[in-house]
Write a protein that binds this ligand. Structure first.
Ligand code: NAD
Length: 262
């Protein structure tokens, strides 16, 4: 256990599973108090139990919210302040990544993805930043993007566009909010071994495509959630106190070599 985040309060979205849960585990291990936000209440209950087993000394709260809905952003911040007193860190991680050929993407599917993956990220950043300005204590915001923000792949036009948007939005907000002591960075994972990712591998064709994708990764394997969480911890803590507006790719070297193949 480290105490890098001792005394800090963090909101982590998408904390019910996968990468968000891994981040929450790393944060309580680093002694942060956390509020876990997710649309899935059952997953939140399970995550809370797991986190309390890691560190019973910090506070772990949960809040069920649909972050694609405009009504949720203010509520999340109000609930966080009510429970934690202050908000020092926000991690925007909740996201969806359906795969649909561009000719078949409907307007509904496009809107659903953007409402969560981009609009949701922006308005939660904005509401949290307003709270941080009011506190006058600065803060750190980390947005989870993806190698899909940089490297185009067929079947995910909406996803790639949303993650590129997150990366650029992070850069703009870094310029606007540095004067308030708010640092904002993005972290782009490559392929990460989460249940959602594994569930997409149900057919032989999907498995073959996965193996093909991995052949473009110099390290030749998927990441564990804790390998992504350690990068988020870096941005959340004072170890990165002069870093803002950056995107760190933790992807086994995938985005470093566009034409590399194992
Ligand atoms: P996941 O499905 O395991 O976790 C996402 C969480 O978000 C779930 O707990 C889900 O309930 C929650 N969620 C979904 N819709 C929501 C909504 N409307 N409101 C609130 N919560 C909602 O996914 P993951 O693989 O851990 O991905 C997390 C993030 O990392 C996403 O933003 C994803 O785009 C990004 N990412 C994942 C990978 C990967 O390989 N797994 C790679 C790059 C980027």
């Amino acid at each position: 256990m480290t105490n890098q985040l001792k005394g800090k309060s963090a909101i982590i979205t998408g904390a019910g599973s996968g990468i968000g849960k891994g981040i929450a585990q790393a944060f309580v291990d680093a002694e942060a108090s956390v509020i876990l936000v997710d649309i899935n209440q059952k997953k939140l209950v399970d995550t809370k139990k797991d986190l309390e087993a890691i560190n019973s000394k910090v506070s772990v709260y949960t809040f069920t919210a649909d972050l694609s809905k405009s009504s949720s952003y203010k509520e999340v911040v109000e609930e966080s302040v009510h429970k934690l007193g202050t908000v020092d860190i926000l991690v925007n991680c909740a996201g969806i990544y359906p795969s649909t050929p561009a000719l078949d993407i409907t307007e509904d599917e496009w809107d659903q993805l953007f409402d969560l993956n981009l609009k949701g990220y922006f308005f939660l950043c904005q509401n949290v930043a307003k709270q941080m300005v009011k506190q006058d204590t600065g803060g750190s915001i980390i947005n989870i993007t993806s190698t899909a923000s940089e490297v185009a792949r067929p079947g995910v036009a909406h996803y790639c566009a949303s993650k590129s948007g997150v990366k650029m939005m992070t850069q703009v907000l870094a310029l606007e909010w540095a004067e308030y002591g708010i640092r904002i960075n993005a972290l782009g994972p490559g392929l990460v071994e989460t249940d959602t990712l594994l569930n997409t591998l149900s057919t032989e064709k999907a498995k073959q495509e996965h193996v093909e994708k991995l052949s473009y990764c110099p390290m030749g394997r998927t990441a564990l959630t804790e390998e992504i969480a350690s990068g988020v911890l870096f941005f959340a803590s004072d170890s990165s106190m002069y870093a803002t507006g950056q995107t760190l790719f933790i992807d086994g070297g995938y985005s470093a070599g566009r034409f590399f193949k194992n």
